[in-house]
Write a protein that binds this ligand. Structure first.
Ligand code: C2O
Ligand code: CU
Ligand code: CU
Length: 536
């Protein structure tokens, strides 16, 4: 059971942590305006073939508490070279503690927050937008009043004071707004940032070169103007933009050294579930999913990443020649299963053919340009993850043998969870769980589209996938090799007609938490519920 570790205990685990990171991508053209306000970008702009060394984030030797100021405000950014886009951005400043805690992203994205396991974090969030907002720390296990849920929103000009201890293991997480019905809009305008927890990690990963990659998509006018929802279909299907935007830039190009890197991938898109692969045809070596180390490095031919999911990928760029370009490719995977469309008012043809073709069309999400620089670290995938990886949640320890069914459906022009929509802190009996127990939940998808389902603050094990309607299974065949279910996750994709059984440890804090679809349009339409953790 994941009980919060005591601070003193965790402080002892931590030593100095030097972390090499490259923060940004460049569009490769002069005069890129970058971020219009807030902290200055630290990413050089100019000739893309110039060789910047990987920037270094060196955290203080001692884990000291940190106090930050964080704000959301209108700003401008250069997403496409030569244009300026009005965006909303997070900015942050360290008021007390290690200055390396906040690292500017170099784009409209919020700065990356580098936190430490065992650290007390105080954040004063100021809402400089003209609408309600609140910040959720996606993947952190914090008490209810620290979790940034819709009932906690603060209005324009108001602040929300956070004060929590980082109890989570080291890993890749993120933060984003969570006001009800406006999350899609706010994230789309630019409000999202990475949050990396540091602590004791396998020796093979310590001090590695790192490259965060935040994958998003946008609909951009020729002058760089962002547009969001244009039709009811954009809401029902979930919004996708035609332009892939990585680390805040279209045509994201990063120069890398000929050495192994840890890529910290975040799918920060509103709705697009991406199938990722490398242009060179090499498999991807995944070492962590949703901020949780895998028991062992896992090779996949391609990687399926849904909105909100993270994957840490180990990649050795010394395998390529200086000057070579290696592309990270991304294919949209959206399909509506026509067989399940009867009477759903989705628009589009009502086919009777159960097997809808998935058409895998790659776009370039990022280009790595191989530089001359090298490092002297080991050039084989890490084989020392197991002692540091969290244990799988044992379904045999669950308090229920029959899983609780969480039925996902689509009707009356919206998406439902067990025939219910968001009702704030109203919970059903099924949504009431006992602290420090493990429960089996089973998502069953009766809707014509896939839904990435997320639970706040609890990483769970995927116990089993099966088909409620196996005539639908073949549609997804091409995606199955890209799914990694071995490690703990906080977001899991459920295909139409599929049942996904998970074992959830409800350790830690009592109170109300959320579970919802992380297609932000679905969440905003009400495909979101609370669960309540009560004392046993
Ligand atoms: Cu990214 Cu309610 O979550
Ligand atoms: Cu969350
Ligand atoms: Cu959904």
């Amino acid at each position: 059971m994941s009980m919060p570790i005591s601070r003193r205990q965790s402080l002892k685990l931590l030593g100095a942590g030097a972390v090499m990171t490259v923060t940004g991508c460049r569009s490769g053209s002069e005069g890129d305006p970058g971020v219009g306000s807030g902290v200055p970008a630290d990413v050089p702009v100019g000739d893309e073939t110039r060789a910047p060394a990987p920037g270094a984030v060196t955290l203080a030797d001692q884990v000291a508490d940190v106090r930050l100021s964080l704000w959301a405000e209108p700003s401008t950014a250069g997403i496409v070279a030569g244009t300026t886009t009005d965006v909303w951005s997070f900015g942050a400043e360290v008021l007390e503690g290690d200055p390396a805690t906040v690292r500017p992203s170099g784009s409209y994205l919020g700065p990356t927050l580098h936190l430490r396991q065992g650290q007390r974090v105080r954040v004063s969030f100021e809402n400089r937008l003209d609408e309600d907002s609140i910040v959720h720390w996606h993947g952190l296990h914090v008490p209810q009043d620290q979790d940034g849920q819709p009932p906690e929103v603060v209005g324009p000009g108001r602040t929300y004071e956070y004060d929590f201890v980082v109890v989570d293991r080291p890993g890749t997480r993120w933060y984003h707004p969570h006001p009800h019905a406006r999350t899609g809009q706010q994230v789309y305008r630019g409000l999202a940032g990475l949050l990396v927890v540091h602590g004791e990690e396998p020796p093979s990963l310590t001090g590695m070169a790192e490259l965060p990659l935040v994958l998003q998509d946008r609909r951009l006018g020729p002058d760089g103007t962002l547009s969001y929802i244009g039709s009811h279909h954009d809401m029902m299907a979930g919004f996708t933009g035609e332009t892939l935007v990585t680390n805040g830039r279209a045509d994201c190009t990063v120069e890398v050294e000929r050495r192994p890197y840890r890529l910290r991938l975040l799918n920060g898109a509103n709705s697009r579930t991406s199938l990722l692969s490398l242009s060179v045809g090499e498999p991807l070596t995944v070492i962590a999913t949703d901020g949780n180390l895998l028991p062992k490095a896992t090779e996949v031919p391609n990687l399926l990443l849904t909105p909100a999911q993270r994957a840490d990928v180990w990649i050795d760029f010394s395998a390529y020649e200086p000057g070579q370009r290696v592309e990270l490719l991304s294919a949209d995977t959206f399909v509506e299963s026509m067989a399940m469309m009867g009477g759903m008012g989705m628009g589009g043809g009502m086919g009777s053919d159960a097997t809808t073709e998935l058409d895998v069309r790659n776009q370039v999400a990022a280009t790595f340009v191989i530089g001359d620089g090298t490092g002297d670290e080991e050039r084989r995938p890490p084989d020392d993850l197991a002692p540091f990886a969290p244990d799988a949640v044992d379904p045999g320890q669950a308090v229920n043998t029959e899983p609780k069914t969480v039925a996902l459906s689509t009707r009356q022009a919206t998406h439902w969870i067990n025939d219910l929509l968001w009702e704030g802190r109203e919970v059903t009996e099924q949504e009431t769980v006992t602290a420090d127990t493990i429960e089996l939940w089973e998502f069953v998808n009766y809707s014509p589209m896939a839904h990435p389902m997320h639970l706040h603050g609890r990483s769970f094990s995927v116990v089993e996938r099966s088909w409620d309607d196996d005539t639908l299974a073949s549609t997804w065949d091409t995606l199955v090799p890209g799914i990694i279910d071995e490690g703990l996750r906080d977001t899991v994709l459920v295909f139409p007609g599929q049942r996904v059984r998970i074992a959830v440890p409800f350790g830690g804090y009592e109170g109300y938490f959320l579970y919802h679809c992380h297609v932000l349009e679905h969440e905003d339409m009400g495909m979101m519920r609370s669960f309540r953790v009560v004392a046993g």
